[in-house]
Design a protein around this ligand. Structure first.
Ligand code: NI
Length: 136
């Protein structure tokens, strides 16, 4: 089994806010991330798929095709958008890096499956110091 990772970048705004809580509680839990007027992140997305190299190409999967897939399915829909308001697959969800990574996986999975490869990991880096990993 060989693991292939493609890295893509995008920028997006969001706000962490639980509507069931008071403003004070949201600020206590989420700090600056609860800021009413949003804030942004430069996201770095690593998508890892796994499979056996094709004997005709030596590739597990075409890395350019994987990049195009991530751009079409995720980056085009999230880049320069507001995750809370504009991104349909995050509607009604807390836009934490954790939830975002899970939903990125869900969006990509149907496009990756069926090509002789499987999803392995979505790694989403929100800041220099914080990233999350989801393995399905
Ligand atoms: Ni944030």
């Amino acid at each position: 089994m060989v693991y292939l990772t493609r890295v893509e970048h995008f920028n997006a705004a969001h706000r962490l806010y639980n509507e069931a809580w008071s403003d004070e509680e949201n600020t206590r839990v989420f700090g600056k991330c609860a800021n009413a007027n949003w804030h942004g992140h430069n996201y770095e997305l690593h998508v890892t798929i796994k499979g056996e190299p094709n004997p005709d190409t030596g590739f597990v999967f075409n890395a350019k095709t994987l990049g195009d897939l991530i751009k079409d399915v995720i980056v085009e829909r999230a880049d320069h958008r507001n995750l809370n308001l504009d991104v349909d697959f995050m509607k009604g969800k807390l836009t934490s890096a954790e939830n975002f990574a899970i939903n990125i996986w869900k969006e990509l999975q149907p496009h990756v499956a069926g090509n002789g490869v499987q999803m392995h990991r979505v790694m989403l880096k929100e800041t220099q110091n914080i990233y999350v990993e989801y393995f399905g």
